[in-house]
Design a protein around this ligand. Sequence first.
Ligand SMILES: [Zn+2]
Length: 387
Amino acid sequence: MSLVIKNARIITPAGVQSRGWLLCQQGRIAARGSGDAPTPDGATVLEAAGQTLLPGFVDVHVHGGDGVDTMDADPAALATMARFFARHGVTSFLATTWTDTPARTTAALAAIRQAQGRQPGGATLLGAHLEGPYLNPAKGGAQNLSQIRRATRAEALPWLDTGVIKLLSLAPEYEENHWLIVECRTRGITVSAAHTDATFEQARQAIDLGITHATHTFNAMPPLHHRDPGVLGAVLGSAVVRCELIADNVHVHPGSMAILWRLKRPNQLILITDAIRAAGQPDGVYPVDERQVTVQDGSARLPDGTLAGSTLTMERALWHLMQATGEPLENVWQCASLNPAKAIHVANQKGSIEIGKDADLVLVDDGLAVQTTIIGGEVVYQKAARP
Ligand SMILES: [Zn+2]
């Protein structure tokens, strides 16, 4: 099975190739060039008509979409999410848990373990992002406050032993959580500061212990104060911490997005959606554990007004980042693919258009609308042609 994409504007780490072609074989990127494309016998040819070819997006923080959610603990729901994400250019993702009871979290991880890998017609499920329950209730946001707790070995070690957790979000200000930072680091699991009220000093200490990531930077943490920079000051000022951003223009003002870009460009800003089951669905009322979230004009809120995830999609996030920073696509593309791939240690296979990497690709128009999504060299989504 081979696939040739021709007449594309190809964005690579080495620069932009106009009138480019790409040959995909056995699921990988086999060759690249410009001008007339080779067409091996039996190859499928995709005419890009000058549109832009990007590496497929990698969403490391997404709870749900298209009516279903990770906490449904159902492999079929994960497959539904995967198909929905593929329509928005996502080629791999981490199913992200919410703070919940031990039994529900265990069940969600079991479903992820069962479903892990390629999903028919959808994005690849790379594993789990465990968001909570080891958070700070004072910055709990929409997390289920009654289930927020400190990390214990009895509870957390069996979860780590499932092997599916690639990213773990916790509040680093609690000493009871420190062993888990060290344990994750030993196992190659990325640890993120999340839903936290840590002081600057506490956050610096946690970075020394092994935190390399910040969960939805600016959200669920105190704002920066010049005499009390706090966890936000620590992650912004760190040379090693990669920062997630919900670029939906609701969670974070575009002016703050631009500041984050200036501090973290080009390799340490990670676009995420933090999307919930309402993504891709009409405005209305949706369940989150025993509670209800109202979605109005695409914003999801609890009855008290607290933001509860988003209905964002990755191509919109990238578009908003371009608008906020005034940067062209060729300067910011890696925030949606290569940077998250590096954060969870899959950049040897994914995240950029380079020979030998997985043929996970997305073709977009000038407005970043997704035209075609390719996963493992296979076209999994194609936008219907205009009549
Ligand atoms: Zn989240």
